[in-house]
Ligand binder design. Structure first.
Ligand code: NAG
Ligand code: NAG
Ligand code: ZN
Length: 523
């Protein structure tokens, strides 16, 4: 008994220096009442040591208040202002003072929770794109829907380039689709089948000076794509709506020449950024419940709803969970570089050994918890198309909303947030959200209030995503649901499916179907 206590104390002390905790904290706060590797089955033996009550959902939920969340949002906004010197406005984009401050804040808050968590930082290289200016003129028209793809390179010498518009055959996924006239000219490529990055690289290899990818659907939608992983073969690449592309295609197909001027001032750089992970020191470390939110924002604004809300929900839940014992380990992750294309979560999952991967029983994604014109959205994950357990998680959310008399909708599980890497690596997952740039329907107005015909978050990826851009009621309700999800699985995974042996096959089929990788389309 005493021998154990000594061991526990020395363990705790080594934890103190590793975490650089303030020395003035009383020592007993660091003494784990249970050794980190002890499992739920031997809790009887340890009973005299257990000082904390076992977590239960109702109790954990009661700790969540909108006042605390509101205070967190204010803290985060102040931190975002640290970027003003460099960006002229508040932002928490990776590499900025606002993001470094966010990481420091999360780390500092967690460090104050005594021995409840083992904290770790995971640094990784991230590519960052910045488009300073872009212009596309086709014939004598300036298209309304021309967009610069994320991570696009500049045009040569950051100067305008001029050439004929050359139609690429099929979907432009094969080098043979690029006629020799592409050399020195501008490639016009249909969306579909392969990634935008692949098309741009093939255009570059064929000698194009710029590329335009037009939508494969005849509509007026802007095409917000990303090049994905940068390649030296990439050329400056634009997106264009199907409707705006159609008249030019018709002209060229009838034998007329159409010329264009493309200009892109952009750069792609590599920086280092950091994921933060906090794992409970208690609970069975072979069976971990994992949840994540992203710590970064887009460069355009402070990202208080996206994803300050999810990040702060996790911090609140972690803070209160620290008062309780758990049977299964809980691992919180604040991943970075989500807005650049899920970089942090991809890096995290891909760096897990198969053994470490198998310890994660499920991953829950919490991105945008308090959209001002919210809907309660649940990712429509299924056991048929996703690793087994994803459907059980979806059921947990459904039951909770139903129990509280709240409406919900199911939304596509299509790769738009950090769950993507987990699903691709065989880990069951899901999550909830409250809506980004989608438009609320009439039915949803009846279900959730708010305004039909408007975006769920009218400040999505903009400067106005500030402290006034969160619906506190929705945020509080969803944070209680997060607490419920954590407490339920931390308490027991009985009946939750074991890890799925067929998951890799499903991950492949999932991977070939999703069109998004983060907020931007990849194909
Ligand atoms: C959810 O996914 C299942 C399986 O793919 C599909 O049949 C169902 O229509 C989806 N539900 C919604 C509301 O999208
Ligand atoms: C749920 O949606 C229905 C309409 O489909 C509406 O009548 C009801 O008031 C909504 N419930 C809540 C709690 O908003
Ligand atoms: Zn987000």
């Amino acid at each position: 008994m005493s021998g154990r206590a000594v061991l526990a104390t020395s363990l705790a002390l080594s934890g103190v220096s590793a975490l650089q905790l303030p020395v003035q904290l009383p020592l007993q706060q660091f003494v784990p009442s249970k050794l980190p590797w002890s499992s739920s089955s031997d809790s009887g033996v340890d009973s005299e040591l257990i000082a904390k009550p076992l977590v239960d959902s109702e109790t954990l939920q009661k700790h969540i208040t909108s006042d605390a969340l509101k205070a967190r949002a204010k803290d985060l906004y102040e931190i975002a202002k640290k970027s003003e010197d460099e960006y002229n406005h508040p932002t928490r984009v990776i590499g900025s003072e606002g993001h470094l401050g966010t990481l420091e804040y999360i780390w500092d808050q967690l460090s104050q929770l005594g021995d409840a968590y083992t904290l770790s930082k995971q640094g990784f290289p991230a590519v960052m794109g910045n488009v300073l200016e872009s212009r596309l003129v086709i014939g004598d028209k300036v298209p309304n829907t021309a967009t610069a793809f994320a991570l696009t390179p500049a045009t040569k010498n950051k100067q305008p380039v001029h050439g004929d518009v050359i139609l690429v055959k099929n979907q432009g996924c094969d080098a043979a689709d690029y006629p020799t006239e592409i050399e020195g000219n501008i490639a016009f490529i249909k969306r579909g089948t392969c990634a935008f990055g692949t098309k741009s690289a093939l255009a570059g290899k064929a000698g194009a000076v710029a590329a335009v990818v037009y939508n494969n659907e005849d509509n007026d939608d802007e095409l917000h794509g990303t090049m994905g992983t940068p390649s030296p073969d990439h050329v400056a690449t634009f997106g264009l709506s199907g409707n705006e592309a159609a008249p030019f295609i018709k002209k060229i197909e009838s034998g007329e020449k159409v010329d264009a001027i493309a200009y892109m001032d952009a750069m792609v750089e590599s920086i280092k950024t950091t994921n933060i992970v906090a794992q409970t020191t208690r609970g069975d470390p072979e069976n971990c419940v994992m949840l994540g939110a992203h710590s970064d924002s887009v460069p355009e604004g402070p990202g208080i709803n996206d994803d300050g809300s999810g990040s702060m929900s996790l911090l609140e839940v972690a803070t209160h969970l620290a008062k309780y014992d758990v049977n299964n380990c809980v691992r919180f992750a604040w991943v970075s570089g989500e807005e650049e294309g899920l970089l942090g979560s991809d890096y995290y999952v891909s760096s897990l050994s198969p053994e470490e991967n198998s310890k994660i029983r499920l991953f829950m994604d919490y991105d945008m918890m308090g959209s001002p014109n919210y809907a309660y959205q649940i990712y429509n994950a299924t056991n048929e198309e996703n690793p087994v357990g994803s459907a059980e998680l979806k059921e947990l959310y459904i039951e909770w909303y139903e129990k509280h008399g709240l409406n919900y909708t199911l939304i596509p599980f299509d790769g738009r947030s950090d769950y993507d890497g987990f699903i691709r690596n065989g880990i069951p997952g899901g999550g909830i959200a409250t809506g980004a740039e989608g438009v609320k329907t009439k039915e949803e107005e009846a279900m959730f209030g708010g305004k039909a015909g408007e975006w769920y978050d009218h400040c999505y990826h903009q400067l106005c995503d500030d402290t006034t851009n969160v619906d506190l009621e929705a945020w509080e309700i969803n944070t209680k649901l997060i607490a419920h999800s954590v407490a339920t699985y931390a308490h027991s995974l009985d009946g939750f499916p074991k890890r799925d042996v067929d998951a890799t096959i499903k991950a492949e089929s999932y991977g070939s179907q999703v069109k998004y990788h983060g907020s931007k389309l990849v194909l």
